[in-house]
Ligand binder design. Structure first.
Ligand SMILES: Nc1nc2c(ncn2[C@@H]2O[C@H](COP(=O)(O)OP(=O)(O)OP(=O)(O)O)[C@@H](O)[C@H]2O)c(=O)[nH]1
Ligand SMILES: [Mg+2]
Length: 282
């Protein structure tokens, strides 16, 4: 059995930074993880790249030879990856052993999760290779300063959730940049009725019915809640509410423990998890 995180989210939401922080954290705690670059446009890495899509196909070549722009070129590269899953991915995965932990740093184009089946097929391939996969969706905390942006973030996370049908952890990134805690606090574990009231206030009256349906969707998929990640935060397992800036936030270690739980990593080693009663589902 292998383990994998698929790190997705809008462009610039902090995916690659998250991957490199995770790598650093694991180095400190002497745990082995391998970070995989799935972005054919990426150039600089703050982490050692274990597998690299650019070895399969280069975005520059595609743009030059096919006359495509950067986004069309990226879609082409990803479709090429899809066609080569059996060969390229299978061969690359052969380098890893049972119990290995891979983290896939994905491109930020949202089309990859909403329009084309490439990521879904990629994940299915991993699952056939006996990997437990968790989706890690990053949303930039700078973008959820009001209810309309929050709902739009939820919808894009939800569309990935529905498409990929995998365990899913939502992260609010860049908490160190948040200065007004009220901006964010309201959206961490939001009360649906308050969201609806706020949304109705913001939007023209003819949208009330739509607003109600949207909030119902967010509420029903109660998984749409976000963990606020502050990379400055000292490693600690607790989500200890507030830090010295009195902002709610959690450390990368806490996030990793949540994800490990989702994919049942370390169940044999960790006595606490081993004794966990599956009936007692929280
Ligand atoms: N202050 C702060 N900046 C961050 C944090 N995470 C990422 N950034 C910055 O945000 C910018 C984008 O970060 P990346 O990690 O490249 O984002 P990405 O999601 O990989 O971007 P794409 O791969 O282009 O979609 C960079 O300038 C980072 O330095 C954070 O936790 N705090
Ligand atoms: Mg990146």
């Amino acid at each position: 059995m292998g383990y994998a995180q698929l790190v997705i989210g809008p462009a610039g939401s902090g995916k690659s930074t998250y991957c490199s922080s995770l790598h650093q954290h694991c180095e400190t705690t002497r745990r082995t993880i391998h970070i995989v670059n799935l972005d054919p446009a990426a150039e600089n890495f703050d982490y050692p790249v274990a597998m690299d899509i650019r070895e399969l196909i280069s975005l520059d070549d595609v743009m030059e030879e096919l006359g495509l722009g950067p986004n069309g070129g990226l879609m082409y590269c990803m479709e090429h990856l899809e066609e080569n899953l059996d060969e390229w991915l299978t061969e690359e995965l052969d380098n890893y052993l049972d119990d290995d932990y891979l983290v896939f740093d994905c491109p930020g184009q949202i089309e990859l999760f909403s329009h084309v089946p490439v990521v879904k097929n990629f994940v299915e391939h991993l699952r056939r290779k006996n990997f437990n996969v968790c989706v890690v969706y990053l949303l930039d905390s700078q973008f959820i300063t009001d209810v309309t942006k929050f709902i739009s973030g939820c919808m894009s996370s939800l569309s990935a959730m529905v498409q990929l049908e995998l365990p899913h952890v939502n992260i609010l990134s860049k908490m160190d940049l948040v200065t007004n805690k009220k901006d964010v606090e309201n959206y961490l574990d939001p009360e649906p009725q308050l969201l609806l009231a706020e949304l109705n206030q913001r939007m023209a009256p003819q949208f009330q019915k739509l607003n109600k349906s949207l909030i119902e969707v967010v509420d029903q998929y109660s998984m749409v809640s976000f963990l606020p990640l502050d990379l400055r935060k000292e490693s600690s397992f607790s989500f200890n509410g507030k830090d010295q800036y009195s902002l709610p936030s959690c450390s990368i270690q806490y996030i990793l423990s949540q994800i490990d739980n989702c994919i049942q990593y370390g169940e044999d080693a960790d006595v606490k998890v081993k004794n966990f009663d599956p009936e007692e589902d929280d």
